[in-house]
Design a protein. Structure first.
Length: 493
């Protein structure tokens, strides 16, 4: 059996019964021809990306010891790829080993199918070696998960390079990092004139991949855009597929039909507009009548986040500074927060209620030499001269309050009440790309990088505190608010 099956199939000049797969001209062929270390094949639905992935994994199956990994986020999603492999792999002589969910070639090559539903699941393959890693619909993975999986891409086999291949559509929890890592750095370039398709009454611009780029680790990367029009098999066998995509709402249509990563399906804050929500920093005089707030979300492996918030006399709200860092202990974090607050001491600091729990990691900045190991995180902050009140952690009400502050459509204002200084880079980077939870349509997906968004929610709930009939009915956190009236609203006179 030939070592490079996909290449031989791809370059066959005549169709014979033995040819199981012939890539379509354009993106699918470019995908197989590319020799870069990391390749992302993304864009519209129906571009035949998954088909290309399962055949590219076969490239070195004729080499004894070759190992390939094909992954999806959940097993039901993975099962579709397995069923597709069942249609082709046995005809190549591969045998299915169902207990381990893998195919083995007569020469000893291996293709393993794996799902990683929860972030810790990726730890199960740490230390493994795979010459090929292919993740289908990588936008469903967090960036942290993908980076762990990528550590397994290596090759100790002569003549067999380690390669990583991704497929993607716009949207989901990984939209932001995928766009930033691949699409923005390798923007497709227009090729020829726009094409008009009378059958669908649409015009689209053919494109070529951008230039190969080398990342900070010295790996070569390429992004190949996919369009449904690149898949003549689908267009021939299901000519109404494009019509169904055309019937979608504008954002869905842009994402699914044209593969537009500048908009995406499931955007949690669909009112976000950088031109309106981000402003250049300006000096707020120390003696100005401004109510300062601070909001905090605890993290160690994941970043901690502290946001400084200014509520102006006209009710405009600005997030002015941020602290955003992972891997630092409480003494370090406290010093950074106090530095941000110099000359702008908040009337109230609020924090994620989880910091009132036990301090489970006594080794952060060696606090065990100063503090008892069974203390709480908020007590350790208090020892470092920072006092927090518990934030209201009602997620649904919190999202509604935050949306009200971010909304600018039909509110009678030229801009939203809540805006972010452009130096708050992590807020601006992460908030627009939050997505809906897959099981709770009112909630946000917690698998994304949501730290700055959570703090914004805490602050929104502090500013738009719930109404109460009397002071006794108010939750404890409302009673701490400076200037809170009996209805739970803030007075900023």
């Amino acid at each position: 059996m030939p070592i490079i099956i996909a290449f031989l199939i791809m370059t066959s000049q005549t169709v014979t019964p033995s040819v199981l797969y012939r890539p379509h001209p354009g993106p699918q062929t470019w995908f197989h021809q590319a020799t870069v270390d990391v390749l992302a094949y993304g864009g519209a639905r129906g571009g035949a990306k998954s088909q290309a992935l399962i055949f590219e994994a076969c490239r070195f199956m004729g080499a004894d010891g070759y190992k390939a990994l094909i992954a999806r986020r959940t097993y039901p999603q993975l099962s579709e790829l397995i069923e597709r492999a069942h249609r082709y792999y046995p005809k190549l002589g591969y045998k299915w080993e169902g207990q381990h969910k893998q195919y083995r070639s007569p020469e000893g090559g291996l293709i393993k199918f794996v799902s990683f539903q929860f972030p810790p699941d990726v730890e199960n393959i740490v230390g493994h070696e795979y010459q090929f890693i292919g993740i289908d619909q990588v936008e469903q993975f967090t960036q942290d998960m993908v980076e762990v999986i990528e550590t397994c891409a290596r090759s100790s086999m002569a003549g067999v390079p380690a390669r990583i291949r991704y497929t993607s559509n716009p949207g989901s929890v990984g939209h932001a990092w995928f766009k930033e890592r691949f699409v923005d750095k390798c923007r497709p370039v227009p090729y020829g004139k726009p094409l008009y398709i009378p059958k669908y009454d649409i015009t689209y611009q053919p494109v070529l991949p951008g230039k190969i780029f080398t990342d900070k680790n010295g790996l070569t990367n390429l992004y190949i855009p996919a369009r449904v029009f690149d898949n003549p098999s689908l267009m021939l066998n299901d000519p109404k597929y494009v019509q169904r995509l055309l019937a979608l709402r504008p954002k869905l249509r842009a994402a699914h039909l044209f593969g537009d990563y500048d908009t995406f399906v499931g955007q949690f804050f669909d009112m976000w507009n950088r031109d309106l929500h981000v402003v250049r920093p300006f000096e707020i005089p120390a003696d100005a009548i401004v109510n300062w707030f601070g909001g905090y979300d605890w993290g160690y492996s994941a970043p901690s986040c502290y946001l400084q918030c200014a509520v102006m006399p006209n009710d405009d709200i600005f997030i002015t500074r941020e602290y955003y860092e992972a891997g630092k202990g409480i003494p370090h974090q406290a010093e950074r927060i106090k530095k941000i607050e110099e000359g702008r001491k908040p009337k109230l600091r609020i924090a994620d209620p989880q910091i009132w729990g036990r301090f489970v990691n006594p080794n952060l900045d060696r606090p065990d030499k100063e503090y008892p190991t069974d203390d709480t995180i908020q007590n350790l902050f208090q020892i470092n001269d920072l006092v927090f009140a518990k934030a209201n952690n009602n997620r649904i009400n919190g999202w509604n309050a935050l949306r009200e502050l971010l909304e600018h459509r039909g509110n009678g204002r030229a801009y939203p009440r809540l805006r972010y200084f452009e130096n708050c880079e992590n807020c601006i980077r992460t908030i627009p790309y939050q997505t809906f939870d897959s099981t709770d349509v009112e909630d946000m997906d917690t698998n994304g990088e949501d730290h700055a968004t959570d703090v914004s929610r805490y602050l929104a709930m502090a500013i738009f505190s719930p109404k109460a009939k009397n002071k006794e009915d108010q939750p404890d956190w409302v009673k701490h608010l400076p200037g809170a009236n009996k209805k739970g609203r803030m007075n900023f006179a």
